[in-house]
Design a protein around this ligand. Structure first.
Ligand SMILES: NC(=O)c1ccc[n+]([C@@H]2O[C@H](COP(=O)([O-])OP(=O)(O)OC[C@H]3O[C@@H](n4cnc5c(N)ncnc54)[C@H](O)[C@@H]3O)[C@@H](O)[C@H]2O)c1
Length: 271
């Protein structure tokens, strides 16, 4: 019997999504016959206390308050980035340059030019990458794509997609990285999921017309002072796909009553 190789993971960020990724690593090894064993090597967060507490809780062997320790560690194979959006680019580029495989949360970067730079760097270095578009990994998505490709729905005419949540509905909830001008806003946060699904199912988008709406203009900071918010709470876009279909997507984090709504509807000539 051949023994499996071990891949060592360095996780940057131990918040909501850091925990979700660790849950995924643990579950995947139990449920699937993975080609490699996964080792939780080092966890990095903003300060030593946070990193150490999370490393102990999640089962990482080491912790650090400097994410570069992960990137520069020759024992680590995969750098998993779950830090705030505006930090993704620097972390990913340094990890790629060190020859690490990179799993980076969405949105990849605040600007498309930054995301392209990251993708180009990964391609040049021949490292494996993955972006946190977890909905695309649902078998239901693959089935929908197959149904479209097989012609079962006929000629695809229209598409409607939405990702809606209510976690920013309350104006007294604090200012977070999601409200920063660099990388913030509902379109980046949730619209990126809606966009990924639309492109996965119907292919390339060739024309777009959008509207970004700010609903809550200021939020309290930790010190109690108010900070103005200029990013969108709702982002909407009309789309034209290269296959001739047209459609609409929305990212909305003030959708009162909605939790994790990731929906799409496709109309073809046959169904
Ligand atoms: N795929 C999804 O469905 C999904 C869902 C939620 C969030 N996300 C993405 O995950 C990322 C994190 O979101 P979250 O909700 O977990 O945020 P969060 O605030 O809960 O966690 C962010 C973590 O990063 C840490 N951090 C901040 N600066 C750091 C630094 N310089 N070095 C190391 N760690 C640092 C924070 O201390 C915190 O532990 C975002 O990019 C977000 O868009 C994806």
């Amino acid at each position: 019997m051949t023994s499996k190789p071990t891949l060592s993971i360095g996780l940057i960020g131990s918040g909501f999504m850091g925990k979700a990724h660790v849950f995924g690593f643990a579950t995947a090894q139990k449920v699937f016959n993975l080609p490699a064993n996964l080792k939780l090597h080092t966890l990095a967060d903003i300060d030593k206390k946070t990193a150490e507490a999370a490393a102990n809780e999640f089962g990482f062997a080491n912790s650090t308050d400097d994410w570069r320790d992960i990137v520069q560690n020759s024992e680590i194979d995969i750098v998993d980035i779950t830090a705030p959006n505006a930090l993704h680019k620097e972390m990913a580029l340094e990890a790629i340059s060190a020859g690490k495989h990179v799993y980076c949360e969405k949105p990849l970067a605040p600007m498309i030019s930054d995301a392209m730079e990251m993708a180009d760097a990964a391609e040049k270095k021949s490292v494996k990458t993955q972006v946190g578009f977890n909905y695309l990994c649902n078998p239901m998505m693959r089935l929908a794509k197959e149904m479209i490709a097989s012609g079962e729905l006929g000629e695809i005419r229209s598409y409607r997609g939405i990702h809606a949540e209510d976690y920013m509905t309350n104006a007294s909830d604090p200012f977070t990285f999601r409200h920063e001008t660099a990388g913030g806003g509902a379109l980046a946060d949730l619209g990126s999921h809606a966009l990924a699904t639309a492109e996965f199912l119907l292919g390339e988008i060739v024309e777009v017309m959008g509207d970004c709406v700010n609903v809550i203009a200021e939020r309290p900071c930790i010190d109690g002072k108010k900070k103005s918010v200029i990013v969108d709470d709702i982002g909407r876009a009309f789309l034209r796909f290269s296959n001739g279909a047209t459609g609409y997507i929305e990212g909305n984090w003030v959708a009162t009553g909605r939790k994790m709504q990731h929906d799409f509807e496709i109309h073809g000539s046959e169904g």
